[in-house]
Design a protein around this ligand. Structure first.
Ligand code: UD1
Ligand code: CA
Length: 468
């Protein structure tokens, strides 16, 4: 019978080289915190009850980011080394037995398949486990793996403690291990902080286990990129680039046209239907889903939104937490700020802002408008310059416009207000009273014309002022 696997993810450190006040694993790549894909990988190996995250720096924030129910957290209040990080979890981990798989929260490219190979590599009954190593042309900064005559690991020497001969070894320790749990806990008390930073090094377990007759197997990884840990923001950017590239490649292979794919930013969980075109520099973020045959214009930003088929976003349009039905057109330069619902075939034009607004089917607001907290019926026409005055300085109020109403240009709708179906508002009106269905409402001063007035003013010369 196969031994069960328990996974421990080390994520307690601040990550000094990030030069950040935020814990390293909370930095984002590919649209997710670094620790999220690492946890996903762990969950492919073990059930949540056997997945543990060691937290320390900003422990609460890290816990919140790892939202999967059932996952265990081990608090390492003081970061006294990679070995210490596992030791503090002894109470929870030791009784679980089986394989103890340990890796870091800052290596989001690691695949479950590689970890499975690592677990498989640890087959010999007397081996203490297996570790992942890579041949690196420049292994500076990594621990070096020392092998015995049979090719097993008997020691890992940290860069700072290595002799010149050991520094010449190109086989680097990746910090990813599978231990035999019983042997690990039997010998873990031999770890000593006898090194300059006074840390308990997990790597010292290799030597301790070898001395007890349980040298570790070595799995050599062909592509060290997969086990790349992020230490600074340059590495963060390159891992982000890898995630972005993978995502656009998967989408293109699934039938999405992406123009200049190296310029677009698409988060991991985004879904896009066939024959949709994504123009350069678009950003499609969060939990967005986009249907088929849509067009996402250059520089558009879409976040946590749902776009049905045939939706067209013009360049530089922003859409957040909104739902757009089939055939909707938005932009260029439109802003759907939050919680909008735009029904089938509606048009939102340039410099139009929507907030918590429902636009009915076929409704149009083609230019320069602010529509907030509004319910706008089907086939309503909103003229250029229309503003819903939804805020009185204290509270927000609603605007309701019935189906087929016509709102003349530059109308000011002082909420709370209701405009009946088929009503007509004259251009430039300030509307403060409800308008019944099919009525015409004018809320503006009557025009005054003074014959010859301008001419007289001119003849009076520059210094004197005219009073009309
Ligand atoms: C470690 C290895 C080194 C290996 C390298 C691979 C040790 C002593 N050395 O070095 O052989 O080549 O990884 O990347 O293990 N962490 C905690 N608590 C702690 C200390 C660290 O949770 O007390 C976490 C960190 O948040 C980090 C990870 O463990 O994610 C690795 O720690 P780090 O200090 O970066 O180890 P390295 O010096 O890189
Ligand atoms: Ca590191």
């Amino acid at each position: 019978m196969e031994s069960p696997v328990t996974v421990v993810i080390l994520a307690a450190g601040l990550g000094t080289r990030m030069k950040s006040r935020q814990a390293k694993v909370l930095h984002r790549a590919g649209g997710k915190s670094l620790v999220e894909p690492v946890v996903d990988t762990a969950l492919r190996l073990a059930p949540p009850e056997r997945v543990f995250v060691v937290v320390g720096y900003q422990a609460d924030e890290v816990r919140k980011t790892v939202a999967t129910p059932g996952i265990g957290f081990i608090v390492q209040a003081e970061q006294k080394g990679t070995g210490h990080a596992v030791m503090v979890g002894r109470e929870a981990l030791e009784p679980l037995g089986g394989h103890l798989v340990v890796f870091y929260g800052d290596g989001p490219l690691l695949r479950a398949e590689t970890l499975r190979s690592l677990i498989r590599a640890h087959t010999a009954s007397d081996s203490g486990g297996a570790l992942l190593a890579a041949h690196m042309s420049n292994p500076t900064g990594y621990g070096r793996v020392i092998r015995d005559a049979r090719g097993r690991a008997i020691e890992v020497v940290e860069q700072k403690a290595a002799t010149p001969e050991q520094l010449a070894i190109h086989e680097a320790n990746m910090g990813i291990y599978c231990f035999r749990s019983d042997l690990f806990w039997k010998h873990v008390d031999q770890l000593r902080p006898d090194n300059p930073p006074k840390e308990y090094y997990l790597t010292d377990m290799v030597k301790i286990l070898a001395a007890a007759g349980h040298a570790m197997e070595i799995l050599k990884i062909a592509d060290p990129q997969e086990v790349m840990g992020i230490n600074d923001r340059l590495e963060l950017a390159s891992v982000d680039g890898i995630f972005r590239e993978r995502k656009v490649m998967a989408l293109m292979l699934a039938g999405v046209t992406i123009e200049k794919p190296e310029t677009v930013t698409i988060d991991a969980d985004v879904q896009i239907g066939m024959d949709t075109v994504v123009e350069p520099f678009a950003q499609i973020l969060g939990r967005t889903t986009i249907g088929e045959n849509c067009r996402i214009g250059a520089g558009a930003i879409v976040k946590d939104s749902e776009l049905a088929d045939q939706v067209e976003l013009g360049p530089f349009t922003m859409v957040a937490t909104s739902r757009l039905e089939r055939g909707v057109h938005c932009g260029p330069f439109a802003r759907l700020r939050m919680e909008n619902h735009v029904a089938e075939g509606a048009h939102i034009g340039n410099f139009v802002e929507l907030k918590k607004t429902r636009m009915g089917a076929g409704a149009k607001a083609n230019h320069l408008a602010y529509l907030g907290d509004s319910e706008i019926g089907a086939k309503v026409n909103i003229g250029a310059g229309t503003i819903t005055c939804n805020y009185d300085g204290v509270a927000k109020h609603a605007t309701k416009i019935g189906d087929g109403a016509f709102v003349g240009s530059n109308s000011t709708l002082v909420a709370p207000i209701q405009i009946g179906e088929g009503a007509y508002l004259g251009a430039g009106s300030v509307i403060t009273e409800p308008v019944p269905p099919d009525a015409l409402a004018l809320g503006r001063a009557r025009q005054v014309v003074k014959e010859e007035w301008a001419k007289k003013r001119r003849s009076l010369g520059r210094r004197e002022k005219t009073t009309p």
